[in-house]
Design a protein around this ligand. Structure first.
Ligand code: IPE
Ligand code: IPE
Ligand code: MG
Length: 256
């Protein structure tokens, strides 16, 4: 049984560095368009920003980094952009896994993977297996992920595991459901970052962001680097995370 670390059940300990950062990597297309390059050039540069961010997070002691790479709605894009994104995903897996393994990074991929080509699914399984023993940082790539999909698949998975709950819905609580969510192995994100200027969730983590601190930056994803990450963490440090309590209660809890 996975231990439940729910911000609506218990108040997490306050920290200087977020344990878990979740990022919507947005603005690749606009970064490229501004330079009169094809959108795909922005996605290619986005992979470099992923590499830099993973390394910067590991060095700062972040334990979990979750990156939104492809949403369940991104299939609506032109077919050639979708297929290029898939090719980039494949080539990144082929090229980067040895480095992740050497750097102590565990890779997980969450989302509805049944929509992907068998070759890509196999690469994902192999990459997860090859990095499974790593503990320095868990890097999760959300691919064909949607927050609503996640909640629905969790309900289905819970009822498959405990069919008796269907006849006794009052017994369904957070503890029954949350072990079936795609990110059950991670604490809820402390800090959410969205690059590219939009201020929306776009069907990313819905359940898990209940008490996450939100940070939006106009920086396009290909320009995101260690300094930009530090600005986000600095903003996080200035927040008072009350989790429903009063400011006085928070001060008293931190002093005691
Ligand atoms: C984010 O950049 C990458 C993916 C959604 C795959 P976009 O491609 O959304 O870039 P903009 O928002 O069009 O600039
Ligand atoms: C969200 O970005 C998905 C990813 C970054 C993978 P989008 O660019 O697709 O989001 P919307 O459609 O503008 O909200
Ligand atoms: Mg976008």
């Amino acid at each position: 049984m996975i231990p439940v670390s729910s911000t609506t059940i218990t108040v997490p300990r306050s920290r200087e560095v977020p344990r878990h950062i979740a990022i919507i990597m947005d603005g690749n297309g606009r970064w490229a368009t501004q330079r009169r390059l094809p959108r795909v050039a922005g996605h290619a540069r986005g992979v470099e920003a992923v590499r830099a961010t993973v390394e910067a997070c590991a060095r700062r002691g972040v334990e979990f980094l979750t990156l939104f790479a492809f949403s369940s709605e991104n299939w609506r894009r032109p077919a050639d952009e979708v297929s290029l994104l898939m090719r980039l995903f494949v080539s990144a897996l082929e090229r980067e896994v040895a480095q992740l393994r050497a750097n102590g990074i565990r890779l997980r991929v969450v989302g509805d993977l049944s929509a992907f080509e068998p070759g890509l699914r196999k690469l994902i399984t192999q990459a997860e297996a090859r990095t499974a023993a790593n503990r320095r940082l868990t890097l999760t790539i959300a691919a064909n992920y949607g927050g609503r999909w996640d909640i629905l698949q969790a309900v289905q998975s819970m009822l498959r595991a405990q069919p008796e709950l269907a006849g006794d819905p009052d017994r369904i609580g957070e503890q029954a459901l949350s072990p079936h969510l795609a990110l059950a192995y991670a604490p809820e994100p402390d800090l959410f970052v969205r690059t590219g200027g939009e201020q929306r969730i776009s069907n990313f983590l819905l359940w898990q962001l209940a008490y996450t601190e939100l940070y939006f930056t106009d920086t396009f994803w290909p320009d995101f680097d260690a300094a930009a990450l530090d600005r986000a963490i600095e903003s996080f440090r200035r927040r008072e995370r009350r989790f429903g309590r009063t400011s006085e209660q928070v001060s008293a809890a931190e002093a005691g």
